[in-house]
Design a protein around this ligand. Sequence first.
Ligand SMILES: Cc1ncc(COP(=O)(O)O)c(C=O)c1O
Length: 497
Amino acid sequence: MRQRAEGSREAARLNNRGRSGQDAGMGNRSAAAELASEQRAFREAWPDYEATAALDDLRAREFARLDADGHVYLDYTGGGLYGDSQIRLHLDLLRSRVLGNPHSANPASMISTELVEAARRHVLSFFRASPDEYCVIFTANASHALKLVGESYPFAPHGRFLLTFDNHNSVNGIREFARARGAETRYIPVLPPDLRADPAALLAALDERDAAAPSLVAYPAQSNFSGVQHPLAWIGAAQERGWDVLLDAAAFVPTNRLDLSRARPDFVVLSFYKMFGHPTGAGALVARRAALEKLHRPWFAGGTISVASVGADRYVPAPGASAFEDGTLDYGNLPAVDIGLQFVEAAGLDLIHRRVRALAGWLIEQLLSLRHGTRRPLVTLYGPATLEARGATLAFNFHDASGRFIDHQSIEARAGDRRISLRSGCFCNPGAGELALGLSPQTMSNCFAQSPERMTYADFRRCVDSGSSGAVRISLGIASNVADAHAFVTFAREFLL
Ligand SMILES: Cc1ncc(COP(=O)(O)O)c(C=O)c1O
């Protein structure tokens, strides 16, 4: 509490001191002195940050390209960054080992198999998942993992697909599989301003399951729109009521510990590039073995069968994970998953968590304290304004002095001019966007009706007119530091009138 109160006072002090850097008090102070003073103030208000100083050394050692390039990277929820040594180690491995297609038993093949299996074991141990209970299916990304579940889940009439409004489109898309097989899709809204789901509404929906039909509930451990972290306790509550649980952990795991010995979802999806930048093109479905048994793949492919016959028109699926890994695994890149996990472990996931929390807390206070001369706020934040059950992903819009939206795409473009990488739009999370921005189902239906052929994003932007069709998002990760956060607040102050 003390920390927050001091942070708020400091935010107000900075805000009063200078709009657009034009106030007299700022005039003769150099930018460097200004930065140093703000960083001191930040460290006093957020003493927890000091304990994460090892990550400053890590940034200097492993992420020097950020500062060499003058880059302020604020899109970790879009994609994580890799450290130099990850690439070095991966390159060394590729240059020194003879890797062959793992579908054989020759020596080159065996080396690939060994490396891929080491990565698989490491994924399980990283998430504290028992190999007796869970297995790892390597996929191209989280979306691919979600498609595997969607296309194979035994949806049927009277069955349900239940999900929160703030799911990524790759989870929303599963409703098309549910619909095709006669199961009902039901959404639980997330409520502004915090964009959390009402637990009572969720429990009531969970209680309504038809015991005879398989039913799946899906939600993000952390929303990639609002940063909300939904309770992992929902997993057990749903399972007790007979539901299978799909946890989208893609936005959560880069900066939070997921312990599968405590929460035991049936299916967990993630993308490794969001955790440690390299390799791109690799993700996983971490599935309970028992839950995997319920899935039926709609086809077979090389690698997914024990035996198949053309003459007899029969096939027998391979056991466990193999039945879900189509064709040849990305055996050149998967060893880099092992390297990436080692990298995060050496950096310390808990340290990363503490750092991004402190920075997110400071950013929230700073941004919410910014006011135009008219006293109108510059920023509307979508999602919790405190650190309670939220991650370091912040979505918001900027407003002009009379309260009108400043176009989110123009903010992204102006940030780009300052070498600040952030994201704008709805981040493939239309449900959270619609509820945050007050776009009713009727408004959305009208927009679709106005462009019956094929609505483009430009059509949609025109349709919502004076409202906003999206937001700005900044997100923090392993290499984030106070200078990045400060650079963004300085950028935001440019919009004050
Ligand atoms: C919460 C969440 N789920 C799923 C995805 C999809 O990940 P990918 O694009 O790597 O398949 C994302 C990507 O941003 C995400 O943030």
